[in-house]
Design a protein around this ligand. Structure first.
Ligand code: NAP
Ligand code: ZN
Ligand code: ZN
Length: 347
């Protein structure tokens, strides 16, 4: 067991502070990673504040991990010391169920082993995430980072990237399709970049004044300020696909009205309170709603390679670890342009 530095919330809703984590001894297929950067996802905030309940504390968040391989278990074949690698939202899964066999480990029937706020395969050792100096992960759950992507800007691809890439692929977005992205934060800005790279005509729905210029820089052709327009009427029946990245409850019925017949609204954001819905918004135009969870290992590597090919990265604000609590407060106020990334050399 190696003791490594970390930052943790000792209890639900508490501020994060210094903590020490014991990482496991290297197993034959384990890769030891020195973490250089870790992105800050809104899911970190939800979990530290225990908004999804049953949080395991102390909690070391962080599932947008970018680092360097520093040691290998004796049977590791996929990586060598010095490789630049990423780790996302899960670090293992059952590997046997039909979802795992299809490379959809995020939907593992037995529940995947999340990077933090979860347990290792023994079912009793808590997992601790990327706000730490090192992590040990099985090589099958580690991703290779293309050489042309820089460390800090690539880190958010491990969650914000794959979470938005996956539904665009699942629902087959192609040139000329009309995609609406709701919310311009960490996930939202990646959704705009990916949809644009896939040839879609992208609109961005935002509650913030002052994000129009950035939305257009990322590839949106239309910016819709939802506080200042009657958007469900102005943009009725327009979109093939809507991607909802908002971390709070939004007027979902108004957004459904902007979908074409057979259009799909994909839920990515996880508000604390349930949605209520009059079914007519779906029934009258055979519209659909679905959820989508991150992405599997195979698709995450495909997404990283797509980013390498198209030069797609996240727009980041790099912070030292002491600023993490302030970053959470700013994230809640939608004041992030567009992903905080912690420089782990400051730990
Ligand atoms: P984020 O960076 O904080 O962005 C969320 C954006 O939503 C904000 O920038 C803001 O955009 C908008 N927003 C926030 N509060 C709002 C409110 N009260 N009303 C309307 N709009 C609001 O968060 P993120 O990291 O992108 O995560 C977004 C959500 O996705 C979170 O709930 C997170 O837990 C979830 N998530 C899901 C998955 C998955 O696999 N499904 C993976 C990762 C994260 P504007 O300023 O443009 O309005
Ligand atoms: Zn995340
Ligand atoms: Zn499984």
């Amino acid at each position: 067991m190696a003791e490594v530095k970390a930052y943790a919330a000792y209890k639900a809703k508490e501020k994060l502070q210094p903590f020490t984590v014991a990482r496991r001894e290297l197993q034959p297929h384990d890769v030891q990673i020195k973490i250089r950067y870790c992105g800050v996802c809104h899911s970190d905030v939800h979990q530290v504040r225990d908004e999804w309940s049953h949080g395991i504390f102390p909690m070391v968040p962080g599932h947008e991990i970018l680092g360097e391989v520093v040691a290998l278990g004796k049977n590791v074949r996929r990586y060598k010391v010095g490789d630049r690698v990423g780790v996302g939202c899960f670090v293992d899964s059952c590997r046997e169920c039909s979802a795992c066999r299809k490379g959809l480990e995020q939907y593992c029937e037995k529940g995947f082993n999340a990077t933090y706020n979860s347990y290792e395969k023994d079912g009793k050792t808590p997992t601790f995430g990327g706000y730490s100096s090192e992590i040990v992960v099985d090589e099958n759950y580690v991703l290779k980072i293309p050489d042309n992507l820089s460390d800090a800007e690539a880190a958010p691809l491990m969650c914000a990237g794959i979470t938005t890439y996956s539904p665009l692929k699942t629902w087959g977005i192609k040139p000329g399709d009309k995609v609406g992205v709701i919310g311009l934060g960490g996930l939202g800005h990646m959704a705009v970049k990916f949809a644009k790279a896939m040839g879609a005509d992208v609109a961005l729905f935002s509650t913030s004044d002052g994000k129009e210029k950035d939305a257009k820089k990322f590839g949106a052709t239309t910016f819709i300020n939802t506080k200042k327009s009657d958007f469900s009427k102005d943009h009725a029946n327009q979109f093939d696909l809507l991607i909802n990245t908002v971390s709070a409850n939004i007027p979902i019925e108004e957004y459904l009205e902007t979908l074409k017949q057979d259009g799909m609204l994909v839920l990515l954001g996880v508000p604390e309170t349930p949605y209520s819905l009059n079914c007519f918004h779906l029934i009258m135009k055979r519209r659909r709603m679905a959820g989508s969870l991150i992405g599997g290992i195979k698709e995450t590597q495909e997404m990283l390679d797509f980013c390498g090919k198209h030069d797609i990265v996240s727009d980041v604000e790099i912070i030292p670890i002491e600023k993490i609590n302030e970053a959470y407060d700013r994230m809640i106020k939608s004041d992030v342009r567009y992903r905080f990334v912690v420089d782990m050399s400051t730990l």
